[in-house]
Design a protein around this ligand. Sequence first.
Ligand code: 6CS
Ligand code: FE
Length: 299
Amino acid sequence: MKDLYPSRQNNRPEILERKDPVIHTDRSKDSEAPISSEQLDFYEKNGFLQIENFFSDEEVSQMQKGIFELQDDSRDTFSDKVIREPESDEIRSIFHVHEDDNYFKDVANDQRILDIVNHLLGSDVYIHQSRINYKPGFTGKEFDWHSDFETWHVEDGMPRMRAVSLSIALSDNYTFNGPLMLIPGSQNYYVSCIGETPDDNYKESLQKQKLGVPDHDSLRWLAEKGGGISVPTGKAGSITLFESNTMHGSNGNITPYSRNNLFMVYNSVENQLVKPYSGGKERPEFIAVREGARTYSHN
Ligand code: 6CS
Ligand code: FE
């Protein structure tokens, strides 16, 4: 398929216009959405939307129990799905939880979520990737600025910008414990990065991403264009939906307060992965679902 979003092919960065709608259902059908037109306006304009108190306290404590049990069970597990912090043995991320753990399979299939993402993506959806990002107190490291879509396009062969990430806060996200930071409006521009993708890049990038991290001038341009940086803080149980191409990152966590988020990435069934546009080999199934691209929503 033609590469509409080339990246990591030139020796200088370039900012390209987005070629896909942000919301893939015509806005005349807002009334069919489970969220309001104001919320859809906010998402379309900013590339993300936070909904506080989405999950009940009971659901939150169930999910917290689940992620900490998984963290404990994985303490001595050395598998590619368990990513550790670069300078410590602390677990940074655990991937593929939507398949490997029945409880999280139910979370991925929560109809309240599916109804929202079906509307945003204008189709049935499946899980492209799921992960728990633990950002332990004192040692949790940063996630540098990046567009997920740039990685998923170049390294996984995701053709178009028709995916959305759901981040579920499973600890209170404060301004100071490394919360998700997003650049409003950045979803409308594609930063074509420099560099070339080596095979098995994910073995480093999931610990510390280097490729696909935009240059400072491009980041400054996006932030000035978008009016700065948004940091949707909030209690555990709040969710943040962010478009596949919204520029985001998070700082390290030197406070005593851990920051644990559960991510589910929904891709449109009409946007299934093709060959990586890098020309390199496909990333493993636990990072980029291919076989398991079952339909999760039943509308
Ligand atoms: O490579 C990926 O797919 C992962 N990397 C980052 C920094 N965010 C998206 C995803 O978890
Ligand atoms: Fe990301």
